[in-house]
Design a protein around this ligand. Structure first.
Ligand SMILES: [Zn+2]
Length: 120
């Protein structure tokens, strides 16, 4: 029984399902689900689903086949994180536009040194 189930969900050429299909224990090592990519700090990038993994749900009730798309980790891109955007944008906004080294005083629009120079 179990053996037949594994075969039923195995279609590496995609002939039966239209997309290469692997049972959970036979997923090639370079393929990841969205959740696995995210756990590695990656996102699919421009690629569409490369394959799918099918498995029988263990939830009580009538047997249901669950599916998840798989993406090629070699085509994946680093995840865009708000943290990285903030890190590159923040220092620019806080640096004095005159000397480009001192932190800005927001009331003056420049750093205190440059404000003093401008006033002198
Ligand atoms: Zn300055």
């Amino acid at each position: 029984m179990a053996r037949r189930t594994r075969t039923r969900l195995w279609d590496p050429s995609g002939r039966r399902f239209g997309i290469p299909t692997h049972p959970r224990k036979k997923v090639p090592p370079h393929l990841r689900t969205l959740r696995q990519l995210a756990a590695e700090g990656l996102r699919p990038g421009d690629q569409g689903p490369q394959a799918q993994v099918l498995w029988c749900s263990r939830v009580p009730g009538p047997p249901r086949v669950r599916a998840a798309y798989l993406y090629d980790v070699r085509l994946a891109m680093p995840k865009r994180t708000p943290g990285r955007r903030t890190r590159t944008a923040a220092p620019k906004g806080r640096t004095c536009p005159e000397c480009l080294t001192q932190p800005i005083d927001h009331r003056l629009g420049v750093c205190p040194d440059c404000a003093e120079e401008a006033a002198a």
